[in-house]
Design a protein around this ligand. Sequence first.
Ligand code: MG
Length: 392
Amino acid sequence: MNKKAQAIRQIIHVDMDAFYASVEQQDNPILRNQPVIVGGCGDRGVVCACSYETRAFGVKSAMSLAKALQLCPKAIVLPVRMERYRAVSREIFAIFDKFSDRVEPLSIDEAFLDVTGCDRLLGGPLEIARNIRKNIRNELGLPASAGIAPNKYLAKLASQAAKPDGLKMVLSEEVDDFILPLPIDALWGVGKKGKIQLNALGINTIGDLRRLRSEQLIRLFGVNGKRLYELAWGIDERPVVVENTVKSIGQEETFPADLFNVDTLQMHLLRLTEKVASRLRKNAVLAETLTVKVKYSDFQQVTRSKTIEKPSDSVPDMYPVAKGLFFKTEAGRRGIRLLGVIAGNLVPCETVQMTLFEDSQEKCKRKALDEAVDRIRDKYGDPGIKRGSLVD
Ligand SMILES: [Mg+2]
């Protein structure tokens, strides 16, 4: 890749600080400056978000609520109010849209903005990022952090470094100074296992990682090795992808060998459903219909669709439907080479009326779990989180 030939991009990553907890503190002034945890109801919940007042005690998101309360007994635990956070999220994204038409949502509370070439109109990237943070603060009363860098990966690292409530810009000539001292698990794709593996080789920082050649990393980490190498050198060419007005969200997989075993196929079906549900939540939409797609060994393809009773973005609602559709195919009798799950007729969350007396405890618990799974997946990739209760 000829780097000189490429114009330097200007990417901003904006990430809300302790989003759910900050919304609760903003909505209810009594909670401000208090240790707030937003998480599951009942005694088996998980932490979905925690205010900075609780983080001082070591509380983290995705931690069990029991553990969090051990660390910070005075924490105020609040239920997840997803509809509210989604409404706030829409306002945040409306602010992003004022500054760039190239906005890539990463989750409910963070996005990449490509502001390359915007200079004349809206000021340089620094001014744009400042104004975005100011607008969010003035209009919504919420803290956001922003990172500015020549690519997505560095912009995200910069916003992490700026937290809480900060702004950091990394110029091309400052990239090495910025990333070399960072621990290797700051790199995308280095999870717990990768960290242990690298630490064992005496590699603790990104600077250490630079000592390894591309071939060595590929030998150690397979296809991810090349990517690790590039990230260690601050290279990330991925564009900011605008995913506008999604009509459907699907996930499919072609298997290396045709599958006959129904149990194995069901495991794949669950995993695909989880991925689709996670993307629905990220896009703040609910599915009205679900489709299961199957391609048999002979490449014949069939789809089976059904309307979901209540539009949903939740695995416990969606998986039983997907399973029913799956058993309407000839799975088990014919080899299957491809399996897919597609959510269709997507509706924005706010159009769905909440049933007044529905089992809100149960619902809250499920939401909390779904969101926690999303977070873990965002951070560590797909760790193979299984929902035991859903698997036969
Ligand atoms: Mg955030």
